[in-house]
Design a protein around this ligand. Structure first.
Ligand code: FAD
Ligand code: UQ1
Length: 437
């Protein structure tokens, strides 16, 4: 029933095959964290049935993005975050190296630039799109080596961040959080803490005004961790401005224009000596404006089952869905189990019985060697794994961020073996009740 209709399985990998048709049981869109993780689970299940799992992914390289924050602070190099896509995607799945361009959910078909694919089950894991052109002056500023504009948010920009931090000797160092949903909402302030710590260690902190301008009305969404972060900022004299939006950069003059979101007419221009920008993000263009998505362009899924709200043979995971969790890799670990189990139940004609509780985690690095390990759920209540107070800065949490999580990612998660730390939480907190979602 399944299989390649007009091409051999090997040909799938080559771009010069035009308009070939394929069919498969499980079609995964996106070979990033979510796509690779879920494809690994299904290819293990169907390893004796070639062509059952197809992954559509255009990129040659796969990145472990969480380590970009440390790379931006001079801890490690970009090469440590990068592997070849062909080496991380599951060997028992077919990789179609192409971009999705259209959906036809009524007929269970997806089109890519060069192919059409018929599926029984579709899993969408297309991530978030980074909109570098949404702020006038940002793209020019990043390209201009003298403009002192930088960002940890792109594989092409992250390597230049530390150089620019090192070059900053005085003036105002501004760090921004955009007016859109973003991946790892903690990262824009983590890089501010690391840069501040660097300047302190270099004995030039007294000459630099460190400012964190966020569009959000809070420093962090979970009160327990927000309280700790306010203390860090107070102790280290980091100025935090809430509801403050970067709207334009004038790289030649080293000036940034901000807007007060409480009174959007109110705009002002500030000089900077360093500007770290977390760019606006959105659902990928290909997802926007079709019957699969909500108004903002995110794949409409049930927050509990991660099944599409209209088409029962479509599921989503990761940053591109409407599920209101914090968009992190840590969230994808339990999501991947829920999606896998619920699809298997559907295929076997059973009720779906796995439910995602919104778990997400954010290792909030506050200095070289220190981290607050935030873990929480849909209710924004802490769901901590370890038997110590994770709201306090600790070296253990920093080591997990730097060493343990990358190891878990490459060796367990991408191979379909990591469903999050619940197993450890159950050991350390045996009497904790699972909250209602
Ligand atoms: P991605 O991993 O981004 O993958 C999406 C894939 O879809 C990509 O490979 C892309 O090429 C592909 N794609 C896009 N368009 C198409 C198309 N048209 N057709 C086919 N394929 C397409 N998370 C944490 O848990 N902890 C952290 O400390 C942390 N820190 C972070 C720091 C930074 C600076 C960044 C950038 C991210 C961080 N994250 C962190 C977030 C984490 O990296 C993301 O949440 C995670 O990668 C999302 O996985 P995903 O599969 O949804 O998207
Ligand atoms: C996690 O599972 C994970 O995926 C590998 C991350 O990715 C980067 C994380 O940052 C975190 C915090 C977790 C959660 C794991 C534990 C042990 C708390």
């Amino acid at each position: 029933m399944y299989g390649i209709v007009r091409s051999s399985s090997r040909i799938l990998k080559f771009q010069n095959v035009r308009y070939a048709s394929h069919s498969c049981k499980i079609l995964v869109l996106g070979g990033g964290c979510g796509g690779c993780t879920i494809a690994a689970k299904f290819s293990k299940k169907y390893k004796d049935q070639p062509n059952h799992v197809i992954i559509v992914e255009p990129c040659e390289d796969h990145y472990y993005q969480p380590i970009f924050t440390l790379i931006g602070a001079g801890v490690g190099k970009l090469e440590s975050a990068r592997k070849k896509m062909k080496d991380v995607l599951p060997k028992d799945a077919q990789w179609l190296k192409d971009s999705v361009v259209g959906f036809d959910p009524e007929n269970c078909k997806v089109t890519t630039k060069n192919h059409t694919i018929q599926y029984e089950i579709l899993i969408v894991a297309l991530g978030l799109q980074t909109n570098w052109n949404a702020i006038p002056g940002l793209a020019e500023g990043l390209e201009n080596p003298d403009a002192q504009v930088c960002s940890i948010y792109g594989p092409n920009t992250v390597s230049k961040v530390f150089e620019k931090i090192k070059r900053t000797k005085n003036g105002s160092a501004l760090f921004t959080f955009p007016n859109s949903p973003i991946k790892c909402p903690g990262a824009p302030q983590k890089i501010a803490y690391l840069a501040e710590d660097y300047w302190r260690k270099q004995k030039r902190r007294y000459a630099i005004n460190v400012v964190y301008n966020t569009t959000l009305p809070v420093i962090f969404g979970v009160k327990k961790y927000a309280d700790s972060l306010w203390e860090v900022c107070k102790r280290r004299n980091i100025n935090v401005n809430l509801q403050t939006n970067l709207v334009e950069i004038k790289p030649d003059k080293k000036e940034a224009v901000f807007q007060n979101l409480k009174n959007p007419e109110k705009k002002w221009t500030t000089e900077y000596s360093l500007l770290h920008v977390s760019p606006p993000m959105s659902a990928p263009d290909v997802l926007k404006s079709n019957s699969l998505t909500n108004e903002a362009g995110f794949l409409s899924v049930s927050p509990k089952t991660l099944q599409h709200t209209k088409y029962s043979n479509i599921y989503g995971l990761g940053d591109c869905t409407s599920s209101p969790n914090s968009k992190t890799m840590a969230a994808i670990a339990p999501q991947s189990k829920v999606v896998y189990k619920n699809i298997m139940a559907t295929l076997e004609g059973k009720e779906m019985d796995h439910c995602y509780d919104g778990y997400a985690s954010c290792p909030l690095v506050t200095a070289y060697g220190k981290c607050i390990l935030a873990e929480f759920d849909y209710n924004l209540q802490p769901r901590e794994t370890f038997p110590f107070d994770q709201g306090k800065e600790s070296h253990a949490a920093y080591l997990m961020k730097k060493e343990a999580f990358p190891f878990i990612y490459w060796n367990l998660m991408l191979r379909g073996h990591w469903n999050g730390p619940k197993i450890f939480r159950n050991i350390f907190h045996p009497f904790e009740k699972t909250p209602e979602v």
